[in-house]
Design a protein around this ligand. Structure first.
Ligand SMILES: C[S@@+](CC[C@H](N)C(=O)[O-])C[C@H]1O[C@@H](n2cnc3c(N)ncnc32)[C@H](O)[C@@H]1O
Length: 380
């Protein structure tokens, strides 16, 4: 047995023991797909560096194959352009724009999607092609279509899939448009995140079909949701347990902003502890309430900045043990966040799995508890 086969078998054993791999079809896909063909080089973060910097690891270098089978996300592109092979020496700073997602998450999502033999599936975010290969092994290449935005990434994935012996349908284009010519689909899975559920997806997946996607936004909060499509353009869903995040779909990314300049405004006491925004679900609730804002700052000193309107909110601890907030601009960002966090606190600060979403012709509303509970409309 080659070293790669041994390392793969032991990763699959670990994922079986921890309950990730329960379905025999996904188990044999995980045993069969040679991950190393999809990650001939990748970046590893250099510990402790701010801003983040990375060093390339290439096929054949010490630790390369162990990294491939480490159940970690392997970054394969920075800033929409730099690939590991572009860095000939030293390290490079940048922001991840493509990766091979950690195998346990990819496999968990394939299980959650409930895709079965015979289903036609649309994947958004081919990346390295690793998750596509798993899907093609389980479902057959003719039933799987995958869309990748970045032509360089998509071309490399196509070559790796071919080398591994898989032939799914591959599209290079904007996955937010889905696959206008290929529907209807039974399932759609996204491995990049979105600010709202793109309307084309809701028309290309059949009623009775499912969409599994991560919702994110400009304040770096994420939530994985499984939607049942109930009619053309309509769906309902619940958010899932755990802590799943994906890089945002490129056209949904935040607008560029100038260097931070804190401006004067109206000051008042804050009714909530600003550090609640650092909680996984608390930060997401804040993002739902102020989706046009980017969150900066930390702890008691949070900063929300909506560059399109110039609205800002910033908090600080006050001498009495509480907190103050200074707000300016037409959108009172903290008023919105404060009210949303108070609803969440009144419900006992539950995890995202206590939330759901209703998508209809009139909008996309995330709610807490039940459909008639407190809710927030997603920006469309
Ligand atoms: C986390 S990676 C995908 C991981 C991949 N499934 C794997 O297993 O290797 C996210 C990918 O989504 C792609 N992406 C971003 N925006 C997109 C869009 N609008 N349409 C399609 N792909 C997109 C990125 O270029 C990136 O390759």
């Amino acid at each position: 047995m080659s070293t790669a086969t041994q390392l793969r078998a032991s990763l699959v054993d670990r994922l079986t023991e921890d309950g990730t791999l329960t379905d025999p079809g996904w188990h044999s896909a995980a045993r069969a797909v040679p991950h190393e063909l999809f990650t001939p080089s990748y970046f590893l973060p250099v510990a402790g560096n701010v801003p983040n910097s990375y060093r390339p690891v290439r096929e054949g270098e010490p630790g390369w194959l162990e990294g491939v089978y480490s159940d970690e996300t392997l970054i394969t592109q920075l800033d929409g352009r730099t690939r590991p092979d572009d860095v000939t020496e030293g390290t490079v700073a940048g922001s991840p724009s493509s990766s091979s997602t950690l195998p346990s998450l990819v496999l968990r999502m394939w299980h959650q999607l409930g895709a079965e033999a015979g289903h036609r599936v649309l994947e958004i975010g081919t990346g390295t092609g690793y998750s596509t290969a798993l899907g093609a092994h389980r479902l057959g290449g003719t039933n799987l279509t995958s869309v990748e935005y970045d032509p360089v990434v998509g071309t490399a994935a196509a070559a790796a899939l071919k080398a591994a012996g898989f032939a799914p349908r591959l599209i290079i284009g904007d996955g937010l448009r889905g696959d206008p010519d290929g529907g209807p689909y039974d399932r759609l899975i996204a491995t990049c995140s979105v600010r709202h559920v793109p309307l084309p997806w809701l028309h290309q997946v059949k009623p009775g079909g499912r969409i599994l996607a991560t919702l994110s936004g400009w304040s770096y909060a994420h939530a994985l949701v499984l939607l049942d499509v109930t009619g053309p353009g309509e769906a309902t869903g619940r958010f899932l347990p755990g802590y799943t995040s994906f890089m945002i779909a490129r056209p949904h990314d935040r607008p560029p902003r100038p260097a931070l300049a804190l401006l004067p405004g109206e000051e008042r006491p804050s009714l909530i502890d600003p550090a609640k925004l650092e909680d996984w679900t608390g930060g997401w609730v804040a993002q739902l309430a102020a989706p046009s804002a980017e969150r900066l700052g930390a702890g008691a000193e949070q900063i929300l900045w909506d560059v399109s309107t110039g609205s800002q909110a910033r908090t600080a601890p006050s001498p009495d043990g509480g907190w103050t907030v200074v707000q300016r601009g037409p959108v009172r960002l903290w008023d919105r966040v404060e009210q949303a966090i108070q609803h969440w606190q009144a419900a006992g600060e539950p995890h995202q799995e206590e939330f759901g979403i209703t998508v209809s012709a009139t909008g996309q509303r995330v709610w807490l508890g039940t459909e008639d509970g407190p809710g927030w409309n997603l920006p469309i």
